[in-house]
Design a protein around this ligand. Sequence first.
Ligand code: BTN
Length: 310
Amino acid sequence: MNETRHRVLDALADGPVSGPELADELDISRSAVWKHVEALREEGFEIGSGDAGYALDSVPEFGASAVEYGLDAPFSVEYHDSIPSTNARARDLAADGASGTVVLADEQTGGRGRLDRDWSSPSGGVWLSVLFRPDVPMAHAPVFTLAAAVAVTRAAREAGVEASIKWPNDVLVRHGDGERKLVGILTEMEGEADRVSWVVVGIGVNANVDPADLPDEADPTSLSAERGEPVDRRLFTQRLLEEFDALRQDPADVVEAWREYATTLGQRVRVETPGGTIEGEAVDIQFPGALVIETESGTEIVSAGDCEHL
Ligand code: BTN
């Protein structure tokens, strides 16, 4: 959202304010004020106009301006009602040189998960990808996946859902009958060994989605199913992006934050790694994201794999 439009919204939120007052305050013409008001209405902001002037009556439920308005993080948001995959779009933007962009969608028609699996993304979710260019070596990039897991866990908890993290990047809700998946994270990147060029962190949150509409294998849940009512996707997305922004700037602190929410530590696990299966007790995590497992034959440090809690 451009700076002036943001200032128009701020003034309207404190409204009512007349067109001439707004024009004076923002140092723009009255017709420019009118154009901004009309453009905001087009985007779903409800702006009343009475005798005392304009006032902001409501903010749209979701969308680029809705999320950018009041967002305390330096991201610009590109919104799509429907798109094949926000990660694919973010990769294209990366190739064009963009940075600090969040691609956000209500629905994905070709969502991708880890290990090239499909990721079901019906309307009502929070499907987003954050594109940025951190100044770190490639080997440190896994820490941003952990940061995303922590950020989304904190946002879910603020929304009243007791989420926790399964290594490396599943966010789950524990129930008496087991664990149900709430969020998946897919990080992609490009660069050279000593420096990342770009990172795309894709976060798929089953927000206001009926778990019955998601594939059974994942044992899915959603924020709305856990809460018994829909979540405010705008506020949830803002909290998620603000937490992620703070964490990405302090990679060294991410591992400690991750430990706080991890369900994997202290559990018996089976991890399918590219080099074979490792079974034992997960005892710790190491920067930038490796799992430390005590097995019968000694300590194993696992950087990547599919983890099952036993
Ligand atoms: C997983 O397999 O658990 C990871 C799923 C990641 C899904 C998200 S939804 C937003 C972004 N766009 C995609 O196509 N995938 C990621």
